[in-house]
Design a protein around this ligand. Structure first.
Ligand code: B12
Length: 314
């Protein structure tokens, strides 16, 4: 007879997604690990409060039948958008895994596969890398990103509580990929020196993505303006990684913004007054909900481009 895992393998595995299933009793260990880092001072407390305090280390009370945690990894392409402005055009990168609308597709696939065998699930709000690594779905890179064996790091992660009984316990210690022991390409490429050679945990509160995802009006003065190479996030530590060599060409051109549209974004025209076609393009690159950060980030990209042109002229 087909088990729930067989159904998941067909629905997810056959579409190139990877998954793992861990017993619910392991849940506490995820919270404990973060707690220990906080106590030892390894994790910046202000950063924890701002970005990590929202995790929920238990299924909601209306799901007492929950028995397991399902972690899913979905390979994602890099997205490229073109912006025309003041007579020139730039290609702006949205790194893989910012495509949050894929979450609804993952949920649909899980729903379809579990409906076939009568199981329930709810979305889980957990530290996803730690869950993926400890449940055997992947391993950490030195850059603290999670790599799925043979599939690199360009995978968006998601998690669900399910009532599937988990007979096999895949739980293991946190592991870093072996090739990272002798490689520090990511540390050398990090524009903010957030990846350290003598400590595993990155200085997340210095990561470029931390700043360009935030709603702060400006970037810190110490940040090199040439660091900006993406519309949001950063590719530096993953782009140079040898584990990702085979996945760098998965780029999709998703939208082209005319001079007029770029002008609207740059001058902060309110979202509800943007032309419908421009709004659709923002949705196509998954940045409609992050519109508020775009004019700052796009401005930084144009500035970085201008600097690099000046550099080549001198
Ligand atoms: C907060 C957050 C950020 C913050 C902080 C990142 C960070 N490293 O913590 C900022 C804004 C900087 C950020 C940036 C990015 N993020 Co982010 N982020 C998150 C979020 C919401 C939580 C991450 C978290 O739990 N951090 C807390 C730290 C403590 O967790 P940890 O890194 O796993 O730390 C463990 C290990 O360090 C371990 N440990 C400690 N010592 C040692 C020693 C050894 C040897 C080992 C092996 C382990 C180990 O213990 C720690 C606790 O368990 C998740 C979504 C989610 N719900 O999980 C996405 C998430 C992690 N982000 C993601 C991505 C893609 C990114 C970016 C690549 C985006 C981009 N292109 O710019 C960058 C990468 C930055 C980087 N190099 O880490 C993906 C990662 C996918 C993947 N395949 O790994 C996630 C899972 C989102 C998603 N749904 O897919 N992010």
């Amino acid at each position: 007879m087909k088990t729930a895992v067989d159904f998941l393998s067909t629905a997810l595995g056959d579409r190139g997604l990877s998954f793992s299933l861990a017993p619910l009793r392991r849940l506490r260990e995820l919270g404990d690990a973060i707690e220990r880092l906080l106590e030892s001072g390894g994790l910046d407390e202000a950063f924890y409060r701002e970005r990590l305090a929202h995790f929920e280390f238990a299924p909601s009370a209306d799901f007492p039948e929950a028995r397991s945690i399902l972690a899913v990894a979905v390979p994602q392409p890099t997205v490229r958008a073109y912006f025309e402005w003041k007579g020139s055009e730039i290609a702006a990168i949205v790194p893989p895994t910012y495509r949050s609308r894929i979450d609804a597709d993952i949920e649909t696939l899980v729903r379809l596969s579990l409906a076939d065998c009568g199981h329930r699930f709810v979305k889980a709000n957990l530290p996803l890398k730690q869950l993926a690594v400890r449940s055997g779905l992947g391993a950490y890179g030195r850059n603290n990103v999670c790599y799925v064996p043979g599939k690199g790091s360009f995978n968006r992660l998601a998690a669900f509580f399910t009532d599937i009984p988990c007979e096999r316990d895949p739980w293991r210690d946190e592991a870093m990929m072996e090739r990272c022991i002798r490689c520090a390409a990511c540390a050398a490429a990090c524009p903010t020196k957030s990846i350290l050679r003598d400590r595993f945990l990155i200085r997340a509160e210095r990561c470029l993505a931390y700043f360009n995802e935030s709603g702060a009006p400006a970037f810190p003065a110490w940040l090199d303006p040439a660091s900006h190479r993406c519309l949001v996030g950063c590719m530096a530590c993953q782009e140079v990684c040898p584990e990702n060599r085979d996945f760098l060409d998965r780029t999709e051109d998703a939208a082209r913004f005319s001079e007029e549209e770029t002008n609207a974004v740059m001058s902060g025209v309110p979202l509800d007054r943007l032309a419908a076609a421009t709004a659709d393009k923002l949705k196509a690159i998954d940045l409609f909900d992050d519109y508020g950060i775009l004019h700052r980030n796009l401005g930084a990209l144009f500035e970085a481009r201008a600097h690099s042109k000046e550099g080549t002229r001198t």
